[in-house]
Design a protein around this ligand. Structure first.
Ligand SMILES: Cc1ncc(COP(=O)(O)O)c(C=O)c1O
Length: 408
């Protein structure tokens, strides 16, 4: 038997079935027409933001990283909750524009921005987080050609990383940002070129459940930003401090201690030096805001035994939920939180493997999980599916098609 991850506490049953946003999964599936289906809960998004606001210092702004979940209705809902948006492509720019989000609230980071993307960003008036000197120079040229002053921040590749993070985005050679010692030189170039210098972006990693490590990294980010601003000789308008707040996906994971992070940051904000005293600070979070608010629902289409092992074969799989299959950046595969949604309160009585409908042994949703007895027609729920689910999975693989998505 292998344990499954922790089901987020906010989920409960109605008449024995998992309910999301007050509606039973069978009703949600019926309304959508079929499985597989991603369901995102407005109430859980709201609650998550309320908890964050309560724990963080008031002057800290909270941005949503659209890459975590670019589903249009969810992005529109986030517009009423967060302060800003981090985008990573012209496609995500189009999404925030469709949602009517003020460009002043949007920053565009990511390596390899093409000229057409730079042009779209300049025309839209969003802040470009420059990842290299070359990208900055292309931005000056395009801005000049368009007759528009580009808004530019510099993304810093710091000399440190976020300890214990699932994905490290700083510390040593990286394709992201500019090595810290070269940043003052580029800032001078931006100012000399007549562009609108907006500040710095320092992103160190993601998916950390270690509050002390996050607090320590935020302190390092503030120190580094102060050093750069002192070197440049100008106060810093904005500092995007990155994110890295993780969620519990696996057995034994504990939720992040938000109060520890908030209190440590408040102390640091009380002791800012001259160049940071009036700075606007933000963090950018994806999975922490949206991850636990989403559930992936897939129906059992076959039940079979092989060499004494029970297989529950579903109409979903890794083409929608790559991360749950263990093939999205994990070294050792572990089970996400998984349940039989249509028998949510039933006693777990048998060990089963939940697999998808793709003809590959990689397509696993739960291995040797202790579950209630389930049959063809039952609906399986995979939790923590609100971030890096539908949009981070190979939906074209084997021609099985995309999953539907709803916000309830
Ligand atoms: C620049 C940047 N911002 C934000 C994020 C969002 O990270 P998470 O969803 O873990 O909060 C990432 C993730 O890779 C990133 O690269």
């Amino acid at each position: 038997m292998k344990p499954v991850g922790p089901i987020p506490a906010d989920f409960a049953a109605i008449e024995g079935e998992l309910a999301i946003g007050g509606q039973k999964v069978s009703a949600l599936v019926e309304r959508a027409g079929d499985t597989p289906l991603f369901v995102y809960s407005r109430a859980m998004l709201d609650q998550r933001m309320a908890d964050l606001r309560a724990a963080m210092p008031h002057r800290l702004q909270i941005n949503y990283a659209v890459k975590a979940n670019p589903f249009g209705p969810l992005v529109s809902h986030m517009a009423g909750l967060v302060d800003g948006f981090d985008i990573a492509s012209a496609g995500e720019l189009a999404l925030v524009q469709q949602a009517g989000i003020d460009p002043e609230r949007v920053s565009f980071a990511g390596p390899g921005k093409r000229d057409a993307e730079l042009e779209a960003a300049i025309l839209a008036g969003v802040t470009l987080n420059c990842e290299s000197e070359g990208e900055a120079r292309r931005t000056f040229e395009i801005g000049e050609r368009l007759g528009i002053t580009p808004c530019m921040a510099v993304r810093v590749n710091p000399d440190f990383e976020l300890r214990g993070s699932g994905m490290k985005m700083g510390g040593g050679a990286k394709p992201f940002g500019l090595d810290a010692d070269r940043v003052p030189g580029l800032v001078h170039e931006i100012i000399a070129a007549g562009a609108d210098w907006r500040g710095l972006h320092i992103f160190t990693g993601s998916q950390s459940l270690d509050a002390e490590a996050i607090a320590e990294t935020q302190g390092n980010v503030l120190d580094l930003a102060a050093r750069i601003a002192d070197d440049v000789g100008r106060p810093l308008l904005k500092l995007n401090m990155g994110g890295g707040f993780g969620i519990p996906y696996f057995h034994g994971d504990q939720p992040l201690d938000l109060s520890l992070i908030g209190e440590a940051l408040a102390k640091r904000f009380d002791a800012l030096t001259a160049t940071l005293i009036d700075t606007q600070f933000c963090i950018e979070l994806g999975r922490y805001l949206a991850g636990e608010a989403g559930v992936y629902l897939t129906r059992i289409v076959d039940r079979k035994e092989s060499h004494g092992v029970t297989y529950l074969i579903t109409d979903g799989g890794l083409h929608h939920q790559l991360a749950a299959s263990g093939n999205f950046g994990t070294v050792v595969r572990r089970n996400y939180p998984v349940a039989i949604a249509t028998r949510f309160n039933a006693e777990a009585v048998e060990e089963a493997n939940v697999v998808g409908c793709l003809c590959t042994p990689l397509d696993r949703l739960a291995d040797q999980a202790l579950l209630p007895h389930a049959d063809v027609g039952d609906i399986v729920a995979v939790f923590c599916a609100g971030a890096y689910g539908a949009s981070a999975s190979p939906s074209a693989f084997l021609g099985q098609g995309s999953a539907q998505e709803v916000l309830v």
